[in-house]
Design a protein around this ligand. Structure first.
Ligand code: MLT
Length: 242
């Protein structure tokens, strides 16, 4: 299987995603939160690349018909119903609801990936399920890390590496091989040593430190949990659903 990892959306923009299955990762916290929301019964999550676009989409649908969610500088946006903490997206709050979400890095990365044949959402919370979905698709894979403010983010690279190691295992293939790009090889090799200490590693990243400063450190432990859910959100018609 051809597997390429892109550490930022800008890197992913250098290739033609058409024909590939794209897997978007924003470990802290957007893709973890999307997984949590759908696991808790949200009907769908519409990703918006900007605040303005999120508000416009919510108004078009009907403001009271949707939950407007997202963050800037880790915190809930004024006037929004929910922020971007997976712990907020309980069954009580999101069950049966449609969500419009905008986050600093995660939702723009999802929108950027939307040229792909399929767009799947991964995080540590649904890692094995996402890997199995990718392996059973069988097509070429582009793992798109959201990164942080257009730069490399270690937590996304580790999640990408952990994901593709599981894709290889599920497909019965050796790790690496001729069809993996250099970023995929690095990510897989690095993730191998990190999987036993995810929470500690995540706490030390720039995104982790920002969450701790914002008083949101419980989110880090939550986002570092492996395989809490066996679901794979997929973008279809501008909306992520199961
Ligand atoms: C993002 O999309 O930039 C992140 O999820 C930021 C955050 O932790 O809220």
């Amino acid at each position: 299987v051809k597997i390429e990892v892109f550490f930022t959306p800008a890197e992913a923009a250098t290739v033609d995603l058409e024909g590939r299955v794209a897997v978007v990762i924003d470990t802290l916290r957007a893709t973890s939160t999307i997984v949590e929301a759908l696991a808790n019964g949200a009907r769908g999550v519409l990703p918006a690349p900007s605040l303005e676009e999120a508000i416009r989409v919510a108004q078009n649908i009907g403001r009271s018909e949707v939950l407007l969610c997202g963050e800037r500088r880790s915190l809930r946006v004024d006037g929004f119903d929910l922020g971007n903490s997976p712990l907020e997206f309980t069954e009580d709050r999101v069950g049966g609801r449609s969500l419009v979400m905008t986050t600093t890095n995660g939702t723009p990365a999802i929108v950027a990936g939307s040229a792909a044949r399929r767009v799947l959402i991964a995080s540590f919370l649904n890692l094995s399920a996402a890997a199995e979905a990718v392996a059973s698709d069988g097509g070429p894979v582009a793992v798109v890390c959201a990164g942080r403010e257009r730069r490399f983010a270690l937590e996304d690279a580790i999640c990408a590496g952990a994901l593709i190691r599981r894709v290889a295992a599920a497909a019965g293939l050796d790790e690496g091989g001729g069809d993996w790009n250099d970023a995929a090889r690095l990510a897989a090799e690095y993730a191998r040593g990190m999987e036993g200490s995810l929470e500690t590693v995540l706490r030390g990243t720039a995104a982790g430190r920002q969450l701790i400063e914002a008083g949101l450190e419980a989110d880090i432990a939550y986002c570092a949990t492996l395989d809490r859910h066996r679901i794979v959100p997929e973008l279809r018609d501008h909306q992520m659903t199961l």
